[in-house]
Design a protein around this ligand. Structure first.
Ligand code: C5P
Length: 240
């Protein structure tokens, strides 16, 4: 596959076309942003680490019956993915209180939920990604009821499998964000990335953050933390 024209520049990735209309070239960047892109910093190896972590997770999910856009990781900073039409929603699943949930409802940090909490946020930089509920999604025609139901079903399956992977790594999966796209035949397909940028991960023994909160809250060196996550994940996944 050959790299084509730049289609889109994100906060931590660039998307390129390829000579295959069904395939996109994702270039992971050594860059971190917070506050919806208002704070932007270069971070050594971050792109490489997120690419590797995301690739291993996507492969694992596919092997466990959760199809996704991942095709191949041809090099350290590059991932080849199936082209889909992105649905402009961030799907958040929470197993314990943190971040915006903790602030919104003033509950104690890491209070565990008996059943996972599922939330949608409307992807819009101009609006700062506001929370959106099912009837608002329908009113704005962002996605059909069937697509919303399918996103919820897949999100909960992803949660179950991710919890198992991270438990094996001695890590608690507090919450995460995923994104879906539609294939040309209208199938809902898991896309974007799953990495410590998009998950809240806490070490079960030390309660230390092993995710982007290290950057958001200035808790230490992000590269070291992501290296730790990859090292543990590679053990679980047999560094395939
Ligand atoms: O900030 P909040 O608590 O709503 O975030 C929930 C989860 O979604 C966290 O794991 C966070 O890393 C992720 N997230 C994300 N991208 C955003 C907003 C949240 O990956 N734009």
């Amino acid at each position: 596959v050959e790299k084509g024209e730049l289609l889109y520049t994100g906060k931590a990735k660039e998307m390129y076309a390829t000579n295959d209309p069904e395939v996109l070239w994702v270039q992971y960047l050594d860059q971190a942003t917070a506050l919806n892109g208002k704070r932007k910093v270069a971070i050594d190896q971050k792109g490489l680490l997120n690419n590797r972590i995301s690739s291993l997770i996507f492969k694992d999910l596919a092997q466990h019956g959760i199809p996704n856009h991942f095709i191949d990781q041809p090099s350290a900073y590059v991932q080849l993915v199936r082209r889909v039409k992105m649905i402009p929603l961030e799907t958040v699943v929470r197993n314990a209180a943190s971040g915006s949930f903790e602030r919104k409802f003033a509950v104690a940090h890491l209070t565990k939920f008996e059943t996972p909490v599922l939330e949608f946020f409307y992807k819009s930089d101009a609006l700062d990604d506001p929370f959106i509920n099912d009837s608002q999604v329908a009113a704005l025609k962002v996605a059909s009821d069937e697509v919303v139901a399918e996103m919820k079903r897949q999100a909960l399956l992803v949660n179950t499998r991710l919890q198992a992977i991270f438990a094996e790594m001695g890590v608690q999966l507090v919450d995460f964000k995923i994104e879906f796209g539609l294939t040309t035949t209208g199938q809902v397909l898991l896309a974007d990335e799953i990495s410590p940028d998009s998950c809240r991960l806490v070490d079960e023994k030390t309660q230390k953050s092993l995710d982007k909160d290290v950057f958001r809250k200035n808790l230490g060196d992000l590269t070291t933390v992501y290296q730790e996550v990859l090292a543990r994940l590679a053990t679980v996944e047999g560094s395939q």
